[in-house]
Design a protein around this ligand. Structure first.
Ligand code: WT7
Length: 645
């Protein structure tokens, strides 16, 4: 069997699950035997959630790129590692074999070295979805530099903040990126982000759109020139080599920024050994990957889903990973199905928001396309509504493909709760069962485990996890205390997810959404405080409050209540200015969908904004607002209700 740790039956799932809880050392020690280590571990796991201190495979030495590339070369040199589909369907597809991937990653590692990058340095990667993005990520991993990929939709200000927080000294970017009918001028955004920055030493620029860019002598270099030179260094007498840096299992692999309930994004840190084992294990088991299958994860590598299920999970399993540069609706809403037919995609992993958006175009875009190669479907990022689930099942899976609903987070590194395709049962709208090694617990506000069922037979509360799995975050970059406060301090000795959930009588979990001040817009996490801070930067804004509301396509939309005392002009124009301000400060992804101007906000006597009330109004529930007696000025609520948009 290709993966001895692949779970083959429901019975085996229960057996493995039991063992993983009763003997985690034995269980994970055995799974870890299936990887290539330069040196084995002294201990499988040491942990306490108090500090927190979490170490997996302590003492082990490895390089993740040897596991993702080198070890597959004897059997798979000529097999596709990455199939790349361009934004424009008329442009040529690129197929990157494992041999080619090895060469390019070695070359790029050499480029990094030539430019002065050293083990432990932070390298910010701001690129479109081109194979070179994967080379950049893996090139960093090969020399032990810590990559921090930033999604192309973030603004110069957001990049500047992240560069500063990570103390990044190198940047890899593109001149521009193609997405649908847009060209995004990435290098020019980087140039803005670098105004006043004194620590970035080099910017490596890959040519994709050939949009004019400024190139600063001594700082900016072209990817192509650097790669050409490096080729002569890594390829001697036909042999390609760039020795992979030997890393400790607990050395950081990457930082990925994500939003929380406070204003500033946190740099989630994942390490080499545990993250590798977890992404591989979950990839192989959840999707039930079989060698030769084409796996198409539609996420961007700027998010954790792309890190784990386009790059590290599939490649460490020797899989074929399809990488798509564009968007589902361009040139038309049949793009995913055209790609599926063209590349004979077997596994499709996408977000509920994409499914809902495609559902809106009806069946016409699917007609005439042969998508019968599909055997497994997946969703991630937000709860999936039953209507979308059934549409996916019927029109895409033709009722023959299992759908895995995978619940996880940036902080968890990989999937924690999901059915296993064709092995454990699916239930529409439910993530179902925890993976081996994952011990969920549902607690009430005081951290007490909920054991009483509700009237509907469900156990409901806040979702926590009792013990670490190999892919759990280790810290937040540069601020360990913040990591403790955010995840390990709400409830003693538990990892708190920030999600609410329910559990049925069969032990299935359904995630109902965030219980903190974090929004999930099109599967992207956005902190309300962050959006408020951005809105408040607008000259005329006195104060604002941001909440989520149900949105047909995005899952959640952003609703902003804004107190404005600037010169009164056309209010629609001011809305646009506020949106432009948010775009500048965070990025277009954080723009409010609705802005309501108000004269005051509902506050308690101690000055706390009553978001519960604002949320209800935004949701359209105006009759039952609950207790408003503690409000400083109850009259403001009526005004807000009447002005709802
Ligand atoms: C939050 C994490 C995990 C990669 C993409 C998002 C929500 C994620 C599901 C799901 C219900 C889900 C949760 C979680 N979420 N997957 N299958 N069902 N909710 O990563 O930006 O770190 O966001 O996304 O609320 O906490 P992220």
């Amino acid at each position: 069997m290709a993966y001895p740790y692949q779970i083959a039956s429901l019975l085996q799932y229960h057996e493995f699950y039991k063992k993983s809880v009763e003997d985690p050392e034995g269980f994970w020690g055995e799974v870890a035997e299936n990887f290539q280590w330069r040196r084995k571990w002294d201990s499988v796991i040491n942990w306490n959630f108090k500090e927190p201190k979490i170490e997996w495979f302590k003492g082990a030495k490895l390089n993740i790129t040897e596991n993702c590339i080198d070890r597959h070369l004897p059997a798979k040199a000529g097999e596709p590692a990455i199939i790349w589909e361009p934004n424009n369907p008329e442009e040529r597809t690129r197929v990157v074999t494992y041999a080619r991937l090895h060469k390019r990653v070695c070359q790029f590692a050499q480029v990094l070295k030539n430019n002065g990058v050293k083990k432990g340095d932070r390298v910010c990667i701001y690129m479109g979805m081109v194979p070179e993005l994967a080379y950049a990520v893996l090139g960093c991993a090969r020399i032990g530099a810590i990559h921090s990929v930033i999604f192309g939709g973030f603004s110069a200000q957001s990049i500047a903040d992240r560069l500063e927080d990570a103390q990044a000294t190198f940047i890899v970017t593109c001149d521009g990126a193609y997405r649908g009918n847009k060209d995004i001028p990435l290098k020019s955004v980087i140039d803005d982000a670098l105004i006043g920055n004194k620590i970035v030493k080099k910017v490596i620029v890959y040519t994709r759109t050939r949009t004019p860019v400024s190139m600063i002598k001594g700082r900016d270099v072209w990817w192509e020139d650097e790669m050409e030179y490096a080729e002569t260094q890594v390829e001697k007498e036909g042999v390609v080599s760039f020795p992979a840096e030997e890393m400790d299992a607990e050395d950081p692999l990457f930082i990925l920024y994500t939003s929380g309930s406070t204003g500033k994004p946190k740099g989630v840190v994942h390490t080499c050994g545990g993250y590798m084992v977890w992404t591989n294990y979950t990839f192989v088991n959840v999707f039930q990957y079989k060698p030769g299958d084409v796996h198409f994860c539609t996420a961007d590598i700027g998010w954790i889903t792309g890190h784990s299920y386009i790059v590290y999970g599939p490649l460490s399993a020797g899989a074929t990973s399809l990488m798509f540069e564009g968007i589902p609706t361009w040139p038309d809403a049949g793009r995913f199905w055209e790609i599926t037919e063209k590349h004979k995609v077997n596994i499709l992993y996408t977000a509920p928001t994409a499914i809902r958006s495609l559902m809106g175009f009806g069946e016409q875009p699917i007609q005439g396309k042969d998508i019968s190669s599909l055997n497994t479907l997946g969703t991630v990022g937000e709860p999936i509504n039953e209507e979308a689930w059934h549409w996916y099942d019927e029109h895409i899976g033709k009722k023959t493909c299992p759908i895995v609903d995978t619940w996880w987070q940036t902080e968890t590194g990989g999937i924690l709760i999901s059915n296993l395709a064709g092995v454990t049962l699916s239930k529409p709208g439910w993530a179902t069962l925890p993976l081996p090694g994952v011990q969920p617990v549902i607690v009430d506000e005081n951290g007490k485990e909920v054991t009483e069922k509700d009237e509907d037979g469900m156990i409901k509360g806040n979702l926590c996890i009792k013990a670490p799995w190999p892919g759990i975050l280790r810290t937040t970059y540069g601020d360990h205390e913040r990591c403790r406060l955010n995840y390990f301090a709400t409830y003693e000795n538990l990892y708190f997810t920030g999600d609410g959930c329910m559990k049925d009588e069969d032990g299935n979990y359904r995630i109902t959404g965030r219980v903190d001040d974090v929004l999930n817009v099109s599967g992207h996490r956005i902190g309300t405080a962050e959006v408020e801070n951005a809105i408040n930067m607008h000259t005329g804004v006195v104060e604002s409050a941001v909440v989520g509301y149900p949105h047909d396509i995005k899952g959640q939309g952003i609703y902003a209540y804004v107190i404005y005392n600037g010169r009164m002009q056309d209010m629609d124009q001011i809305r646009k200015d506020v949106n432009q301000t948010v775009s500048r400060i965070i990025g277009p992804i954080a723009k409010p969908d609705k802005i309501q101007f108000v004269s005051g906000l509902p506050k308690t006597r101690s000055g706390k904004i009553m978001r519960r009330i604002l949320r209800k109004i935004a949701e359209g529930e105006v009759s039952n607002l609950g207790d408003t007696s503690t409000l400083l000025d109850p009259a403001v609520v009526d005004e807000i209700k009447n002005g709802k948009i």
